[in-house]
Write a protein that binds this ligand. Sequence first.
Ligand code: KG4
Ligand code: ZN
Length: 384
Amino acid sequence: MIILGIETSCDETAASIIEGKGNDVKVLSNVVSSQIEIHKKYGGVIPEVAAREHVLNIIPVINEALEIAKIKPLKSCLANTNVKFPIPSTQDNVKSNPKSKILNPKLIDAIAVTVGPGLITSLIVGVETARNLAYAWNLPLIGVNHIEGHIYANFVGGFPNSNTENSGQFPILILTVSGGHTMLVLMKGHGKFKTIGETRDDAAGEAFDKAAQMLGIGYPGGPAVAANAAKLKIKNYELKNNKNINLPRPMLNSNNFDFSFSGLKTALLYELKKDADWQKRIPEYAYEFQQAVIDVLIGKTIKAVKKYNVKNIMLSGGVAANVELRKQMAAIIKIKIPDASLHIPELQYTTDNAAMVATAGYYKALRKKFIPWKKVKAECNLNL
Ligand code: KG4
Ligand code: ZN
C-alpha cells in the first residue's frame, strides 16, 4: 500500500511517500522544508508567519516527494492549462511508455495528514491540501494525530526490534518528548494508547528552547544546549567545576509519571542571576540543564517500565534527537532492565517529518480508519 503523508502542524512543511507491506514500511521519499531560519530572529515560531510559509511551500514540497518517489508530480498537471487542477493524467502515461518508471498519483492508495494537535493556522494548510487531493484523486483520507505520528516514527523501516526475542510484543512504553508534549504512553496495540503521565506545564523541548534563550545561544534550543553541553565534555572539564550549579530534578521522586519543567527553567534563571560571570560558563550551565532534563526523563521511564512490566521501550519526538538522552537511556536500560529492548527512531524521523505521519496513516489504513474528505478538520487541541 502506498501512502502520501502530509505534515504542517508547526513550522515544518513536510511530505513523504511510504510503501507498507505487512509490518514492513519503506520510505520512498521524505521531504521536509524547515522554517527555522525565518523564526530564528524572533526566538520562537510566529504562527501567522508559519501559516503563510506553509501556503507557499506545500505544493512544491509534495511535488518533490512525488518526484523522488517517481510518482508524477503535480506541476505537470498545473502546466497543462487544459486540465483543471489537480486532476492527474492516469492511464496515458502508462500507455505511451509502458517501460516508464514514472508512476502516476493513481498508484497512491491513500493520503494521511496531521489533523492536530498543533498551531491551528498551520494545521489548516495541510488538512485543506490533503482534502483537495483526496477529492481530486478520489483517494481515501486518513487523519493522523501528531503525537501518534511521532510514536510511529519508531515503525518506519519495519516493526521495531524485529530481530530480538521481544519482537512484536505489546504493550510498548513510549517516552514522547517534543516542543509541545512530554508524555509517557502505554501502547497496547496499533492505535491503542493510554497516557500514563504527562507534563503539568512546559514540555521538555520547550524547556530546552527557553533555557537556550536565557543563555543567549540560539533557536531551536535543544540542539544549541546539546552543542554547548558537548563542549564541556570535549574540553574534559571536571564536573567539580560544576559544583556551584545545582539545578533540581523536578518530580523525579513523585508518586506518579507526570513531569514539570517550568520550575527547572526558573531555577536556571536564578542561578544565572547569582553568577556575574555566567557568560564564561555557558557550557557548564547547558550541561547541567540538559542533565537535569535527562535524569527526570530516564528516571520516570525506568519506573514506568518496571511498574507496567513492559519489554519494549521507545523514544519519540524532537527531544529524542538528543544524543546524550539516547546514549544514557540505552546504557541505563541495559544495566537496570536487561531483558527489555529500547528502540529509538533514526534522527531524521525524530523531529517533525511526514514519513512518521504516512506510517501512522498506513497502520490506520490497515484498520480501515478512513475519514470522508468532507468531514476532515484541523483540531489544535486534539488528544492522543
Ligand atoms: O517534534 P518536534 O520537531 O516538534 C514538536 O512537535 O514540537 O520537536 C521540536 C523540539 C524543540 O523544542 C527542539 O528544541 C527540540 O525538539 N530538540 C531537541 C534536540 N533537537 C530538537 N532537544 C534536545 N536535544 C536535541 N538535540
Ligand atoms: Zn512534533
